[in-house]
Each structure stands twice: as structure tokens, then as C-alpha cells.
Design a protein around this ligand. Structure first.
Ligand SMILES: Cc1cc2nc3c(=O)[nH]c(=O)nc-3n(C[C@H](O)[C@H](O)[C@H](O)COP(=O)(O)O)c2cc1C
Length: 369
């Protein structure tokens, strides 16, 4: 068992900076996409044991998400309202170029004591690119561009004088100052296709994937570990998996909430979303990826969050989280129906059990060594 397995799991929550919540359903969601709600949520989260918040980047409406605040500026506002939370700003290569992002993030790191990170996403929403006049590259080309983008921002942040002759970006003796403080911002990425795993195993610090079973997650982790070796990567890619948490005092109560979400799903919107996400992994040469196997039920939560099965009592959910850790997760990313209440509940009732189980697991591993 690797040393890193013994590190405590990290927890992140999705910043609801997009309207409509995290499920495509008319179920009641006491979640607001505005800044006042989000500032308070970020403060609750850092007091409840969450280490990270992940913002979303969307440029236009789709499937209930009628309003979308921009991710980098919104992330900065949340950092300004908190003291220890790290906020991961989502960024799409194409609309962003690496020079602008490297500069923005470096400045934000100075303003916030080095607590900002980035999530480089490669795009699934073709209609959004059309709406803003951005060329839509083929699936694997999007990843080639994202990889070059990541190499560029890291190069700008770390090298005194940066040069690149890439297929997408060019830099000539670029010396960006000041460099970020508090270490180099961590680079996360989203996706599950072969191209996404290749990119993770070459350049990213973190691989974010959709909700899954421990077996489904482990297959991806094994592949990334093999690729890291083949590519000669010198650091270990960390793994983050999405989940939609429904934690209640009884299993029946939690299952009833899931059923209500599904009963009130908005079929046209779920189908529309399904149609759009075919531009993601299904458009790759291997026809696999984030949503390749998603059922109607999975798609009611944007990133297959029900599949991770964090639905039940605090004890059941904590046990399953440990199962995901054994499968290779370093971080669990959570969405909820009622974010402020449920982030607090999760911190109070689930996290202490996770930490107890982790301590038992560590003892077991030590005894086996
Ligand atoms: C945790 C997570 C967060 C994501 N956040 C965004 C986002 O904010 N905006 C966006 O356009 N795509 C986002 N994506 C989508 C990915 O960038 C990518 O397009 C999608 O996962 C399909 O990838 P694949 O075809 O390689 O499987 C996210 C994906 C994951 C797993």
C-alpha cells in the first residue's frame, strides 16, 4: 500500500456559482447562486473541515443553469471572505489564454495568501462555444490544447524567462513577475476519457472524474498509474471524484430524497444535457469518457454523482467514502441539495466517522507491514 494512502482524505464542495443547483430536477433546492449565499457557504465549509471549493465555468445557459457567474472573479470573492479554504477556479482554454490566466492567478495568490488553484476543463458544450464565437476543436485536439495550456502556465509560474514554440501558444523570453506566492498553484483537470487520463498522467497535479463505483474508479486510477510510469512523470497525480451527498439520520429518509429528486427530474432538460455531453467522451476515438455509460438517472446529477452512492446514514456514507479511498481517491468532491445546511451537517456527522475509520485503516496497514 502506498504511503499516500495514509494521508487523510480531502473534501471539496462545488461552488454553486451557476443557477439551478446541482440536479436537473424541480425538487426544492435551498441553494442560491448569488454572492451573499456563497460567501456564507464558503465560511461554513472551512469551519466544517472542507479544504477546497471548486467553481464552475459556463458561458451561457443550458438545462436550468440560466445564470452563471464567471469563475475566476467569483473564486477571488470567496477567497477574500475566508481564511484557510483553497478555491479552485475553473478555466476553459480557448476563451482563456495562458498568459492572461497565469497573470490573473498570480495576482490572486498575492491577494489571498496563496490559496488559489485552477481546474483546467476541456469543454463539452459545443453550443456555448458557438454562442461566443470560439472555434470548437475535436475531442482529442481539445486535450492537446489543454495540455499545452497547462505546460505554459506552469512554465510561466516557475521559470525566470519562459519560451514556448507550441502548436497553440507561443512565448518569447516572457518573464512574468511577480510569481505566485505560497507555492505553485495546483493544477486540477476534469474528464475521464483516454485523452483526459493521458493528460493527467503527463502534466496535471489532480485528476477530477465523475461519480463512480470503487471498481470503476480503481480502473481509472490503475490506468493513470501505468501511464505515469510510461511517460516518466516525476510526481504522483492525485485523484478527486465527484459525489452527490444525501446524508440523513435514516437510510429510508435519504433514499426517499433521492427518489423525490428522480421523480421530479425534468426529462427534456436531462435529455438535452445528454445530447450535448455526447460531444465529450463519446466523440473521442475510443468512445469512452465522463458520460459514456451514464443512464437517465445518472444524468439528473450533472457529473454522475449518485453513482458514488454517498446516500444513507452518516455511518453508511463514511464507510463508502473509505471504500473510495481504498480504490484510490485522494479527494471527494461533493454536491448537495441544500448546500449551507448539508455542508455543515456533513462536517459535523460524517467527517468525524471518516477520520476514525481512517485511523483504524492506518493501524491495520501498519500491522500488516
Ligand atoms: C469535477 C469536474 C468539473 C468540471 N467542471 C467543468 C466546468 O466548470 N466547465 C466545463 O465546461 N466543463 C467542466 N467539466 C467537464 C470536463 O472538462 C470535460 O469536458 C468532460 O469531463 C468530458 O471529458 P471527457 O470527454 O474527457 O471524458 C468538469 C468535469 C469534472 C469531472
Amino acid at each position: 500500500m502506498s504511503q499516500s494512502k495514509k494521508e487523510p482524505l480531502k473534501f471539496a464542495y462545488w461552488v454553486p456559482n451557476v443557477s439551478g443547483g446541482l440536479v436537473i430536477s424541480s425538487v426544492e433546492q435551498r441553494t442560491d447562486w448569488g454572492i451573499d449565499y456563497n460567501r456564507k457557504l464558503a465560511q461554513i465549509a472551512e469551519q466544517s473541515g472542507f479544504e477546497y471549493a471548486l467553481s464552475q465555468i459556463r458561458f451561457t445557459a443550458g438545462y436550468g443553469a440560466d445564470n452563471q457567474h464567471e469563475s475566476v472573479s467569483f473564486s477571488h470573492a470567496l477567497l477574500a471572505a475566508t481564511e484557510k479554504l483553497r478555491v479552485i477556479a475553473a478555466v476553459l482554454p480557448g476563451p482563456w489564454n495562458p498568459a492572461l490566466l497565469a497573470k490573473q492567478i498570480s495576482t490572486i495568490s498575492h491577494l489571498t495568501n496563496g490559496r488559489v488553484d485552477v481546474n483546467i476543463v476541456s469543454g463539452w458544450f459545443r453550443g456555448e462555444f458557438a454562442a461566443i464565437g470560439e472555434p470548437w476543436l475535436d475531442h482529442d485536439e481539445r486535450y492537446r490544447r489543454s495540455e499545452e495550456f497547462i505546460r505554459a502556465i506552469r512554465g510561466i509560474w516557475t521559470e525566470d524567462v519562459y519560451n514556448l514554440r507550441g502548436d497553440f501558444y507561443r512565448f518569447t523570453d516572457y518573464s512574468m513577475k511577480p510569481k505566485p506566492i505560497g507555492g505553485i498553484p495546483q493544477v486540477f483537470q476534469g474528464g475521464s476519457s483516454r485523452a483526459a487520463r493521458d493528460m493527467a498522467a503527463r502534466v496535471s497535479d489532480w485528476y477530477f472524474t465523475n461519480g463512480n463505483t470503487p471498481e470503476g474508479l480503481k480502473a481509472q486510477v490503475d490506468d493513470i498509474r501505468a501511464k505515469e510510469k510510461a511517460f516518466g512523470k516525476t510526481w504522483r497525480t492525485k485523484i478527486g471524484m465527484n459525489a452527490f451527498g444525501i446524508v440523513r439520520s435514516s437510510e429510508k429518509e435519504a433514499q426517499d430524497v433521492l427518489q423525490e429528486i428522480l421523480d421530479k427530474a425534468i426529462p427534456e432538460a436531462v435529455k438535452g444535457f445528454h445530447h450535448e455531453v455526447q460531444n465529450a467522451g463519446n466523440a473521442s476515438p475510443e468512445r469512452e469518457g465522463n458520460w459514456a455509460k451514464s443512464t437517465f438517472q445518472d444524468l439528473v446529477q450533472y457529473n454522475d454523482g449518485f453513482r458514488s452512492n454517498l446516500i444513507g446514514t452518516p455511518e453508511q456514507v463514511a464507510e463508502r467514502i473509505i471504500g473510495h479511498k481504498r480504490a484510490g481517491a485522494d479527494l471527494i468532491l461533493l454536491g448537495f441539495l441544500h448546500f449551507q445546511e448539508e455542508v455543515e451537517y456533513f462536517g459535523k456527522h460524517v467527517l468525524p466517522i471518516v477520520r476514525e475509520l481512517e485511523a483504524i485503516e492506518d493501524q491495520r496497514l501498519e500491522a500488516a507491514e
